[in-house]
Design a protein around this ligand. Sequence first.
Ligand code: HEC
Length: 134
Amino acid sequence: MLRSLVLVVVPALLVACGGGAKPATTPVSAAPKSLDEQVAAGEKLFAEKCASCHGEKGEGKDKAPALIGPKGLDEYHNAKEAFGYIKDNMPPEKAGSLSNDEYWHVTAFLIKRNGLELKEQLGSANAESVKWSR
Ligand code: HEC
């Protein structure tokens, strides 16, 4: 009796604890160690979360305006504004669905691809000082 109980309970526990599951893979949001890594993370996020509407190269489509190009990010004056808009509005219907860090990564990617100046990883500490006018 006891033996059969153990036989039932042990496998059930293994399943509940995720026994045999693969070791956790590095999350996409692992903190980047350099600006290049942040931009690469942003590029990946852009492809996954934004490109379906804004185009693979951010060139714009009938669904959504261009984000990369001669007028990319023109509406904003600094990285804080761009980040704020994106976080509060994008993707439409799912605003705020990325983590804060992910929004910084994707904003850094857009800034870089627009040829605007960004010398170090983007975050709340430096966003206001990353400015542009054109
Ligand atoms: C479901 C389609 C869709 C997805 C996905 C989407 N967007 Fe948008 N985006 C839009 C539309 C539509 C607009 C125009 C909204 C407006 O003008 O009110 C827009 C506007 C923008 C703007 C302002 C551009 C301008 O010139 O006014 C930015 C910046 C932006 N999106 C960034 C992003 C980012 C970054 C992502 C991914 C995290 C994203 N969007 C995902 C549809 C989308």
